[in-house]
Ligand binder design. Structure first.
Ligand SMILES: Nc1ncnc2c1ncn2[C@@H]1O[C@H](COP(=O)(O)OP(=O)(O)O)[C@@H](O)[C@H]1O
Ligand SMILES: [Mg+2]
Length: 268
């Protein structure tokens, strides 16, 4: 069956300081890091992103969500085998990551066989794979807790499996249509190491009261700009993108009922 191919996945996040619309195109082969303290607006910003991506049948929304609030509304729509929600089974989270890595490996093999260096058009058969890691440090913490409660031997532990798989998705996935969106209160080195961080081209910082955390994602921002992050109201932040200076932005607000309605009404 012939289906349409899509080469652009624009998403409007809000506006930048100059008043222009802030648009991220998920076709660009970068992953995204989103940091901010509790209640800074990370989840709400992600509602805005996913509500728009859900309208593209050529994008599949996948990932790990320890709360279920973010990915739960997708229910059993396409891609359900690539979504783990709640912390009831962290083995399930590891299985989801393993499944995504297997799909990535299949695509890499196919790419080499086709003599191409990257996938740049997507369809329902070969969708853009958006991998959301909601409260990623919390996922790793829950996995470590499950490992110790079950007295798992090193080779059986799910936390290192999740971490190793996520590392591979970040380092090797971009060229085959994997787009990781990682959310954390701060992008500490033990959460995303230096090699992974260099693949996280889109960097968003909401309110963060620690200058080092800001500098970790925005090393080129001057100290005055970086210090603003401690004062941001919910939804206000800094964004850095490849080749662009760090800018202030304000995210659109999407209330949860509207988010769930657009996810359920989307083509997924
Ligand atoms: N863009 C926004 N504009 C206005 N208020 C916002 C915005 N984003 C978040 N908020 C407010 O902040 C609260 C916390 O946002 P949330 O996304 O849950 O934070 P986090 O995920 O970082 O803990 C929301 O319930 C809402 O009241
Ligand atoms: Mg949240």
């Amino acid at each position: 069956m012939q289906t349409s191919n899509r080469t652009d996945f624009p998403v409007i996040l809000g506006i930048v300081e100059t008043g222009h619309e802030l648009v991220l195109d998920f076709a660009d082969s970068w992953h995204t890091a989103l940091q901010g303290m509790s209640r800074s607006g990370k989840s709400v910003l992600t509602y805005t992103v996913l509500a728009q991506l859900a309208k593209y049948p050529e994008a599949l929304i996948t990932g790990l969500d320890p709360t279920g609030v973010l990915l739960g509304p997708f229910g059993d729509s396409p891609g359900a085998e690539y979504r783990a929600i709640t912390t009831a089974s962290m083995e399930n989270h590891a299985a989801v990551i393993a499944g995504l890595v297997a799909e990535m490996d299949t695509r890499i093999t196919g790419l080499l066989a086709a003599g191409k260096d990257k996938l740049d058009s997507f369809s329902e058969e070969t969708p853009l794979l958006v991998v959301v890691l909601e409260e990623y440090p919390g996922v790793l913490g829950a996995a470590a807790a499950e490992d110790s409660e079950n007295g798992r031997k090193p080779a059986e532990r799910v936390k290192p499996k999740i971490q190793a798989g996520v590392r591979r998705l970040i380092q090797e996935g971009a060229k085959v249509g994997v787009r990781v969106l990682v959310l954390a209160q701060r992008m500490d080195a033990e959460i995303v190491g230096g090699a992974e961080r260099s693949n996280l081209g889109n960097r968003l910082t909401l309110r963060v009261d620690n200058l080092d955390a800001v500098k970790m994602l925005h090393p080129m921002a001057d100290t005055d700009t970086a210090s603003l992050a401690a004062q941001f109201s919910p939804g206000h932040g800094l964004i850095g993108r490849p080749g662009l200076p760090t800018q202030r932005f304000r995210a659109d607000y999407l209330a949860y009922p509207k988010y769930t309605a657009s996810v359920r009404g989307g083509s997924q």
